[in-house]
Design a protein around this ligand. Structure first.
Ligand code: AMP
Length: 218
């Protein structure tokens, strides 16, 4: 088992790409955003603590997120894991590195989905997601509307607008992102398996690049 990492700002499309890669290469998708949203909807102790932080677009503290991730990794996985939205800070990247080396788990690809700031807000504010967590399909009111307004094409559940996909929360998420991203790039940019992909292209082209990368090194 190896872990792969998709990095990128909110709205970079990394969640959409992660879902497709997971299907194609039979990976295990580990999205810390999804894990935290589940905790919020189940009203667990962590969920209660994280709810307001997430709604305001700030980051949940490193120890909580690392704890969730490491507990999940310790349960074991058949096949490789694809992280989406983790690590988000240098501390998380360093803690993950230590955890992987003590558990003798290899680090696979680290891919940065690069998208200019100017196009991100419209992507995020227009995003709609399937309310059925098991499906989690992602739409956009303009660039990828569902066939029937407000209904998921794949599973028929209602679509929702995430509470942190407002313009205000997006700006706060970008402040967090900009404060934490350069140190993470510095940390992973030196690694052999680090790649950057131009995410400001049709999703299909980004996916083709990622498929090639994963196929060449499978
Ligand atoms: P995402 O779905 O990845 O955009 O994450 C939604 C929200 O969950 C973020 O804005 C944070 O509040 C929280 N979150 C997700 N992943 C992390 C992480 N690795 N570290 C801290 N907070 C996170």
């Amino acid at each position: 088992m190896k872990v792969h990492i998709l990095l990128g700002p909110p709205g970079s499309g990394k969640g959409t790409q992660a879902k497709r890669l997971v299907q194609k290469f039979k990976l295990n998708h580990l999205s810390t955003g999804d894990i935290l949203r589940d905790a919020v909807s189940q009203g667990t102790e962590i969920g209660l603590k994280a709810k307001a932080i997430m709604a305001s677009g700030k980051l949940v503290d490193d120890d909580t997120v690392n704890g969730l991730v490491f507990a999940r990794l310790q349960q074991g996985f058949e096949g490789d894991v694809l992280f989406d939205g983790y690590p988000r800070t240098l501390q998380q990247a360093e803690a993950l590195g230590e955890f992987l080396s003590t558990q003798q788990i290899g680090l696979g690809f680290v891919v940065n989905v690069a998208v200019p700031d100017g196009v991100l807000e419209a992507r995020v504010v227009g995003r709609r997601v399937c309310s059925n967590n098991a499906c989690g399909a992602i739409y956009h009111v303009e660039s990828k509307p569902p066939k029937q307004d407000g209904i998921c094409d794949l599973c028929g559940s209602p679509l929702k607008h995430r509470s942190d996909d407002t313009a205000e929360a997006f700006r706060s998420r970008m402040v967090e992102f900009n404060a934490t991203f350069q140190p993470i790039l510095g940390f992973y940019g030196r690694q052999t398996h680090f790649r950057s992909v131009d995410g400001n292209r049709p999703p299909e082209q980004v996916f083709e690049f990622l498929v090639q990368l994963f196929s060449e090194n499978a």
